[in-house]
Design a protein around this ligand. Structure first.
Ligand code: SF4
Length: 740
């Protein structure tokens, strides 16, 4: 801890998004004086975005919960940790004794992967529940990538990363990396990288229903109708095969079923898909030819393609395009990382390899992947009576009421639970339903190591961040909360009490830092047990606060493949089968000029719902608007800045309109993570800048049927002008679905 001195500089990695920017925090008199980019960080080299300063806002936030709370109706009472742990474990055990193990569900949010203590200790506690009802933000985000990684490369975490530093041709689908700084492509200063690609004579092509901030950094932007990327990708492959542009290079030695792909894509000619996608056949031919003949090229797709009706097939086809053009495992193409702590080769208990369909959700029969069920099914599992109904829920670092489809339904479901516990330091739209809140320390109060994002980074580096401040003496880190819950869950009977006490002592002594040290020592650059080695260990990392530059990404196949055969099966059965669904949609596809399809969007100053209580990030013009094309606005006699009613099958919201030709005709956009207008939420700043929740419109029944990911992109909505001023109350969630 460095807070003994009056003035000092602290170096760490910002953990507010995936980009892993190094920050330099100057502290004077125990107060943060400034936060700047760390120029000596070998990975981010001084880059930060405006969100970095919010690190201090989270730390100083007066709404942050610092002690365990028990809810009595709509008020909260401070209780001791011991009471809280007792009540939580008793509550869970009571429900499980009466209704079975799976009557206790779990939801884990995205921030868990930004905290290595949670990542290492959370799964031990979740496992101790023996419940099959584990849901996570994965199924409203990157599940399609894990699914494809598992079936193509043998491990859900083997995800190829675009080699931004060397590529000559980059296709970006459904992503806005200029704002996100990359997702599943950890890349601080993406804007700088895109500029460099063009400076060295390369090309950047953006394909998106919205002309986003990334289009300003691209050579070309093509509008695409939401949810139709699958047809574009099939047509690109059709051209590559038909024009004999397939060049696998060294991949041909360990890649099977290339001929199967040829047959599967045959019918999807550019001419046939142009009216569905909105992209002309000429453009599709050019895309395929330019990509396949570029010196190096990489195709990358993110939220816009991952969270739609055919998300898994889209991510599969993106990989296939990279493979059949020889751009996988090639400098300038898509490469695998080799991080210092390598989750891919870590024990299954830390990073499971993956699994699919070992069990299904009770009500809708949606499949498990890697031990988790799709969160689109969570509310119905709580609300539908019967054997194995969820009666209690543990949430951790998540706000699914705002971030999962049909948030109103989930809100209602959470209110009906017999018991709920939230490991979270905010009373937000979700945790307000908890009976007990167990608040962990904030990120500046604990050390951190990016277990997940080094694995997804465009360059191999490694860095450990020490805690900046001591937490309150009565505070607990996430991992300590998980460990205590685990121990108490496992302490039934004399024998298990003894073993769990020993386990507790060993794990407490190790802590996440001890496990990290082991991972580093026995990782690819590690010192092993040799105390005199100058290779990697935690103590070496501690002595280098800016981190270590390891190497550029390198080709590593077939050695790094985790499939038993050490080969790539290019046409895995579940994905090939799902093409039948794609074909059905292809044949039944119609376009209705009156129909509006809803998509999300991301802003530089916002990240999901996490940062809306930071005044410096939310002040100024509201970011939560409905973007609509001038043609669609004129048809509905809507003027700029006017309030409109947006309605879907599941709900409606009133929102201010932003008329812009940034968005293609037939498409409207609302950013996600807003809607802080519910009762009993203790987020004062966020409430003043409430916005509306796009997930009061998204539909839990609209999913990628193969894997259950929510299909956020392309939700059918109606938009109409409303005459009167809307009061905040009118934006309250509706219990009743509208519009049939
Ligand atoms: S881009 Fe992400 S990691 Fe970098 S400063 Fe911004 S929020 Fe932090």
């Amino acid at each position: 801890m460095e807070n003994q001195k009056n003035e000092f500089v602290h170096y760490r990695t910002c953990n507010l998004c995936e980009a892993m920017c190094g920050v330099e925090i100057t502290v004077k008199e125990n107060k943060i004086h400034s936060i700047r980019g760390d120029k000596q960080d070998p990975f981010s080299q001084g880059h930060i975005c405006p969100k970095a300063v919010a690190l201090q806002d989270l730390y100083y936030d007066k709404d942050r919960v610092k002690h365990p709370l028990r809810r009595n109706g709509t008020t909260w009472q401070r209780i001791s940790w011991d009471e809280a742990f007792d009540e939580v474990v008793q509550g869970i055990k009571k429900i499980q004794a009466k209704h079975g193990k799976s009557a206790v569900g779990v939801y884990t949010g995205n921030p868990i992967v930004h905290n290595y203590g949670s990542m290492l200790f959370g799964p031990m506690f979740f496992k101790s529940l023996h419940s099959r009802n584990h849901f996570a933000a994965t199924s409203v985000d990157q599940l399609a990538h894990h699914f494809v990684g598992y079936f193509l490369y043998g491990h859900q975490l083997l995800l190829p990363v675009p080699d931004l530093k060397r590529t000559e041709f980059l296709i970006i689908l459904g992503a806005n990396p200029a704002v996100s700084n990359g997702s599943l492509m950890t890349a601080p200063d993406v804007a700088g990288h895109l500029k460099q690609i063009r400076k060295r004579g390369g090309k950047v092509i953006l394909i998106d229903p919205r002309r986003t901030e990334t289009s300003d950094l691209s050579d070309k932007h093509l509008f695409i109708r939401p949810g139709t990327d699958v047809f574009l990708l099939l047509a690109i492959l059709q051209v590559i095969f038909a024009e004999n542009l397939v060049r696998l290079g060294h991949l041909s030695q360990f890649t099977d079923k290339v001929d199967v792909i040829n047959k599967l894509v045959k019918d999807f000619t550019p001419e046939k898909v142009e009216s569905i996608t909105g992209i002309s056949a000429t453009e599709i031919y050019n895309l395929a030819r330019d990509f396949a003949t570029a010196k190096t090229a990489v195709c990358y797709g993110r939220m816009g393609v991952s969270t739609q009706e055919f998300g898994a097939v889209c991510q599969w086809l993106i990989n296939v395009i990279n493979i059949v053009t020889g751009n996988l495992d090639r400098e300038g193409g898509a490469l695998f990382t080799l991080p210092a702590f390598d989750p891919v080769t870590a024990p299954d208990a830390i990073a499971p390899k993956g699994s699919f369909g070992r069990w299904h959700s009770r009500v809708r029969k949606l499949p498990e992947f890697a031990g988790e069920l799709p969160v689109a099914a969570m509310a119905e599992e709580i609300l539908t009576p019967g054997d194995k109904q969820i009666k209690a829920l543990v949430t951790c670092a998540g706000n699914p009421v705002l971030s999962t489809p049909n948030g109103q339904q989930l809100d209602k479901a959470l209110a009906s639970l017999d018991f709920m516990v939230s490991i979270d330091f905010y009373i937000n739209e979700t945790t307000r339903h908890a009976n007990i809140i167990l608040p962990p320390t904030s990120s500046l109060e604990h050390d951190n190591y990016d277990l997940a994002f080094h694995l997804l980074a465009i360059h191999n580096t490694t860095k450990y961040s020490q805690a900046l401040f001591n937490g309150d003496p009565d505070s607990r880190h996430d991992w300590e909360i998980f460990l205590e819950l685990l121990t108490r869950m496992e302490s039934d009977g004399v024998v298990s009490q003894l073993t769990s006490t020993i386990k507790h002592k060993v794990l407490k002594a190790l802590g996440p830092a001890g496990l990290l040290d082991l991972g580093l020592r026995f990782g690819p650059y590690g010192a092993g047990l040799n105390p005199f080695s100058d290779k990697l260990s935690l103590s070496k990392l501690r002595s280098l606060p800016h981190g270590i530059d390891i190497s550029a990404l390198k080709p590593c196949l077939p050695e790094r493949l985790q499939s038993k055969s050490k080969r790539i099966d290019l046409a895995p059965q579940p994905l090939v089968k799902d093409l039948e669904r794609v074909k059905e949609r292809f044949l039944s596809s119609t376009t209705n000029s009156n129909q509006l399809l809803l998509i999300g969007r991301r802003h530089l100053r916002s990240n999901n719902s996490w940062l809306h209580n930071s005044l410096r990030l939310v002040k100024g013009r509201s970011l939560c608007t409905l973007m609509i094309n001038p043609v669609d606005a004129a048809k509905r006699q809507i003027s700029n800045g006017q309030k409109v009613l947006v309605a879907s099958r599941v709900g409606k919201v009133h929102i201010t309109v932003e008329i812009t030709d940034e968005i293609m005709p037939g498409v409207v956009s609302i950013p996600h993570g807003w809607g802080h207008n519910r009762d009993n939420v203790s987020l004062e700043v966020a409430k003043q800048h409430a916005g509306v929740s796009v997930n009061d419109l998204t539909d839990e029944l609209a999913i990628d049927a193969l894997i259950g990911t929510a299909a956020f992109n392309g939700v059918m909505v109606e938009v109409q002008a409303v005459a009167d001023e809307i009061t905040p109350q009118e934006n309250m969630p509706l219990a009743k679905a509208v519009n049939g």
